[in-house]
Design a binder for this molecule. Structure first.
Ligand code: XBP
Ligand code: MG
Length: 247
């Protein structure tokens, strides 16, 4: 059997805009609580996002902006744990909604017996914190997240892992991403990718993407087409995805 069989979703920036008002705020809370004078502004965080993974991002910040500060991996891991607790609290307060069209598309895919998976750099607990109250985590056959693979995005490891778990060829899957690192990861795993941009990623290089949109859109709220051809569709639905994979 061939044709579209599974949709694989990135999390941060794709399911929801979690970076600027979620992870960034939680990082700053963790830093303040630890008595550190680090404050990651919206602008600085945009630069730090070049490095995926919260622990890796902190190490990059230290190496680049605070070379005078010595911090061992254990302390970074403690800060990261605290950050994720603040992040969960923020989500519990309903701080971050899903992006347009996400829930509609997932529900349609489920109704059509398409298989669903998650492929993300973030910590597994953060995925569940975001899904709680929004989407049943059981909808996803595989939730591949965090340190489960040796190399985070842009390496293809996390997508390779999902494909292996689902025992599916890349050609029968579609990936949803929001960033250049995510796109490289999915494409290097051989998966056709649809990108929905956000403020942090709008200037990334998405040349390899099949389609680049403002968001997934809704029937009464069209998305903007940035690159590629929706053949008249004003929002992302299953017929459009089937056409994309066949093209
Ligand atoms: C996003 C990331 C993550 C989050 C923070 O990855 O790079 O590092 O910013 O999560 P994706 P952690 O878009 O693939 O979900 O602090 O748990 O790493
Ligand atoms: Mg992302």
């Amino acid at each position: 059997m061939s044709g579209l069989q599974a949709l694989i979703f990135d999390v941060d920036g794709t399911l929801a805009d979690t970076e600027r008002d979620g992870h960034r705020v939680a990082f700053n809370q963790a830093f303040a609580n630890a008595g550190l004078d680090w404050d990651w502004s919206i602008e600085l965080y945009g630069k730090l996002l070049a490095v995926t993974g919260g622990k890796e991002r902190m190490r990059f910040y230290l190496d680049t902006y605070r070379p005078d500060v010595q911090m061992n991996d254990e302390l970074i891991a403690d800060l990261h744990k605290a950050k994720n607790q603040y992040y969960a609290q923020l989500l519990e307060r309903g701080g971050i909604p899903l992006r347009p069209g996400v829930k509609r598309l997932l529900a349609a895919a489920r109704a059509a017996n398409l298989r669903l998976a998650i492929s993300t750099t973030t910590t597994p607990a953060n995925v569940f914190a975001l899904l709680t109250g929004n989407i049943d985590a059981d909808w996803f056959e595989v939730i591949a997240a965090g340190d489960i693979v040796p190399k985070k995005k842009p390496a293809s490891d996390i997508y390779d892992y999902v494909l292996a778990q689902m025992k599916l060829p890349a050609a029968d899957c579609l990936a949803f991403e929001d960033s250049e690192n995510g796109l490289i990861s999915a494409m290097d795993a051989g998966i056709t990718t649809l990108v929905t941009i956000n403020d942090y990623t709008q200037n990334h290089n998405f040349d390899r993407a099949k389609l680049v949109l403002s968001d997934l859109g809704e029937p009464n709220r069209p998305c903007q087409i940035i690159q590629g051809d929706t053949q008249g569709s004003t929002y992302v639905d299953l017929p459009l995805l089937t056409r994309l994979i066949a093209a």
